[in-house]
Design a protein around this ligand. Structure first.
Ligand code: PAF
Length: 285
């Protein structure tokens, strides 16, 4: 695996690959890699000729400085896992390399109503930061296909829109969320949970399964209300637990109109004893 820390080295390497006719697959990450990330690498390997992964904990997308400081960093293990999975190139830039002119936004992205609901309502500025860094990375890597996980449901919709509004000409491939055997969605932030908190975190996916199993037994409002109360009782601050459906233009219909397809239950909740905020989502019809 090649490891590049500088943009120009990465660009030189990829321009040669492109001239050789290789199709490039790209998996952007913030490191602390788990099986979910590795499944994106595998999907990229199956569908393209050269797989680039980036690891960059992007400061501009953290609205909470404590979350940024505590973001897990496991770079040595990440490199071993990427090598074992057959990643061709790892891009590992510094903050200075990505933001030579400072962290202030260079442009504003028009993500429409998507930006201010759900995650956007609770993490102001988050999606502008995600847009900023993914835009920079796509301009550098210029992949044919971009691989992202459905775990970050709204992020996928935002990037879909970024690609459309800027006409970036890359295909977004959304891969399914991977879960631990007991149902917990794989996430880098799970590393911040001790065994008791990790056990408690299970209630998040349980809430989504509860909605899925009971969808026809009451109104959406009643069912989500029950699931929220259950989570609160188990020691969570619930930022949101809602139903959304995706409109043909890629926006979300929120709150969802009953009967719409596809319908997703989406949740963000803070496990109070660890103060770790987790997100998850599930298609329920
Ligand atoms: O999902 C993530 O890990 C990040 O938001 C991303 C897409 C790598 C941008 O920093």
């Amino acid at each position: 695996m090649y490891l590049f820390k500088r943009k120009d080295d990465l660009e030189r390497h990829l321009s040669i690959a492109r001239k050789e006719g290789k199709r490039i697959g790209f998996v952007p990450t913030m490191g602390a890699l788990h099986q979910g990330h590795l499944s994106l690498i595998s999907a990229a390997k199956e569908n393209t000729d050269l797989v680039v992964c980036s690891i960059f904990v992007n400061p501009t997308q953290f609205n909470d400085p404590a979350d940024f400081e505590k973001y897990p960093i496991t770079i040595d293990q990440d490199i071993l896992q990427l090598t074992a999975t057959g990643t061709d190139v790892l891009f590992l830039p510094s903050v200075q390399e990505m933001y030579p002119n400072g962290l202030a936004p260079e442009m504003h992205y028009d993500f429409g109503p998507l930006e201010t609901v759900l995650e956007g309502a609770h993490r102001p500025g988050h999606f502008q930061g995600v847009g900023q860094v993914v835009h920079k990375l796509l301009n550098l890597v210029r992949p044919d296909k971009l691989f992202m996980g459905q775990k970050d449901f709204q992020q996928c919709l935002i990037i879909n829109r970024l690609i459309k509004i800027l006409n970036l000409g890359v295909e977004l491939v959304i891969c399914p969320t991977l879960r631990e055997q007991d149902g917990l969605a794989m996430s880098s932030r799970n590393l911040r949970l001790n065994p008791t908190e990790r056990q408690n975190a299970l209630h998040i996916s349980r809430a989504l399964y509860y909605i899925k199993d009971n969808l026809t037994k009451g109104s959406l409002k009643e069912i989500t209300g029950d699931a929220i109360n259950e989570l609160k009782g188990k020691g969570f601050d619930v930022d949101y637990l809602d139903m959304v459906s995706i409109l043909p233009d890629g926006n979300v219909d929120f709150p969802a109109t009953p009967g719409k397809e596809p319908l997703f239950a989406v949740v963000a909740a803070r496990e109070i004893s660890s103060n770790v905020r987790l997100i998850d989502n599930m298609r329920v019809n």
